[in-house]
Write a protein that binds this ligand. Structure first.
Ligand SMILES: O=C(O)CCC(=O)C(=O)O
Length: 269
């Protein structure tokens, strides 16, 4: 895969409209994915993140930002391999809503409740569900270490009500149970560098990580330019439409970032 100007085929676009997700194997190279993993390990803000408890007290970690910068995260989020398909999926110019590292550590990693991302982005003032995400596996994601699960076709249900569950926002359980009876639950097992594009109304969740292996995933989320929140939002959204950056910048910025992180005294991080 690994092409700068990647575009979804008509078949991939039809699959996304029908199923609410598309998996692209090997969208990012081993070198790119390993570098992202090493930058994450070297930057305690990223590798520690904030703790999100699931309903059983399991702990997932999340580092989320929409900060602009000449770094590996922005270079990936602006890669034509994601932005090309995103513009197709969202019908034109898009901007980075946020990007985040989702960390489930071995043995202790927590679950994510069933939810639609638009379940809470609606609350941020976006009038339309014209947002989508691209999850990139940093290390191998399996059923055992809590890979993402999606309800195939749930993107066509429209937005359903959400409420608090544990420390997380989850979708209405009665609706989930009814949907589970008629929609297939797909375990999205991914190899490092594989990408999962999913719609903001696609119901998704993930299980706890009781395995010996970490499950880290980098997720870039986008909004259509013509769907900016009607009220001010300090947490999400970069200022301008995302432009495609040169592909080489992923390795260039990542390498420089890693060197800078290694050069910094630990207490300054
Ligand atoms: O990392 C996970 O397993 C869940 C991610 C997720 O649900 C989200 O980003 O909306």
């Amino acid at each position: 895969m690994n092409q700068a100007n990647y575009e979804f085929t008509g078949q991939q676009l039809a699959e996304f409209a029908r199923d609410g997700y598309v998996i692209v194997p090997g969208l990012f190279t081993q070198a790119e994915t390993e570098l992202l993993e090493r930058v994450t390990e070297a930057d305690p803000r990223m590798s520690t993140g904030g703790i999100m408890k699931d309903a059983d007290g399991g702990e997932s970690r999340i580092w989320l930002t929409c900060a602009e910068g000449e770094d590996i995260c922005n270079a990936i989020a602006r890669s034509g391999r994601i932005l090309g398909p995103m513009e197709q999926l969202l019908g034109g110019a898009t901007y980075i809503w946020h990007y985040k590292m989702m960390l489930k550590e071995p043995l202790v990693g927590g679950a994510w409740e069933w939810h639609q991302d638009y379940g809470y982005w609606y609350g941020d003032g976006c009038l339309f569900p014209d947002l989508a995400s691209c999850m990139i596996a940093v290390n191998k994601a399996t059923r055992e270490n809590g890979c993402l699960q999606v309800l195939r076709g749930s993107n066509r249900m429209g937005r359903i009500d959400h409420g608090m569950r544990g420390g997380q926002v989850g979708a209405n359980l009665e609706r989930i149970e009814a949907a589970e009876k008629i929609l297939e639950c797909v375990y999205c097992e991914l190899d490092p560098g594989d990408a999962l594009f999913f719609h903001s109304n696609t119901l998704h969740c993930s299980g706890q990580n009781r395995s010996e292996h970490a499950r880290w995933a980098f997720i870039c989320c986008y909004n259509a330019m013509n769907n900016q929140p009607y009220r001010k939002n300090d947490t999400h959204g970069q200022a301008a439409a995302a432009e495609i950056w040169e592909d080489d910048l992923i390795i260039d910025y990542g390498t420089r970032q890693l060197e800078d992180l290694h050069a910094l005294p630990k207490e300054t991080l």
